[in-house]
Design a protein around this ligand. Structure first.
Ligand SMILES: [Zn+2]
Length: 153
């Protein structure tokens, strides 16, 4: 019975229509989590702020609260940026371009998208890119040390 269910699930994921549904689900789950977290944080900051205002506190405590609030707002800002990325990914999904590698156009593997919903390259292309960047950095370093020797001489 469990085995049958598993086989059915695999079949569903394999069809392109359901890949779409699956990816959409991943993105929407992520979006819901973030929205909920951001709402919770905003409420937390507000509740804390009004509570502390009534207590009346010295200068030291005030700045500590300020720092805490700055951190909270920075976090909220980051989450908002992630939300933007999710919305972009969702519109790419609508266009039918989401989940395709920017470099080679192949489908990005499902587990990779699950772990990195905003991945725009497949694993192979990403690795190739990282290696190219590494080589570039090495070349730059070599270039600058050559320059150093030239100036010395
Ligand atoms: Zn690729």
């Amino acid at each position: 019975m469990a085995r049958t269910a598993k086989r059915q699930a695999a079949t569903i994921i394999d069809s392109p229509r359901s890949r779409y549904a699956e990816l959409r689900q991943i993105l929407e789950d992520r979006r819901r989590d973030i929205v909920r977290e951001v709402q919770g944080r905003i409420r937390g900051v507000r509740a804390e702020g009004s509570e502390k205002a009534h207590e009346g506190m010295d200068q030291g405590e005030t700045s500590e609260v300020d720092i805490q609030e700055d951190i909270e707002f920075a976090l909220i800002q980051m989450k908002a940026e992630t939300l933007n990325k999710i919305n972009e990914a969702l519109s790419r999904l609508e266009e039918g371009t989401y989940g395709n590698c920017f470099e080679c156009g192949e489908d990005i593997a499902e587990p990779r998208l699950r772990a990195l919903p905003f991945a725009v390259r497949c694993k192979d292309c990403e690795e190739a890119r990282e290696n190219a960047q590494k080589r570039e950095r090495l070349a730059q370093r070599r270039g600058s040390s050559n320059l150093f020797y030239e100036f010395q001489g």
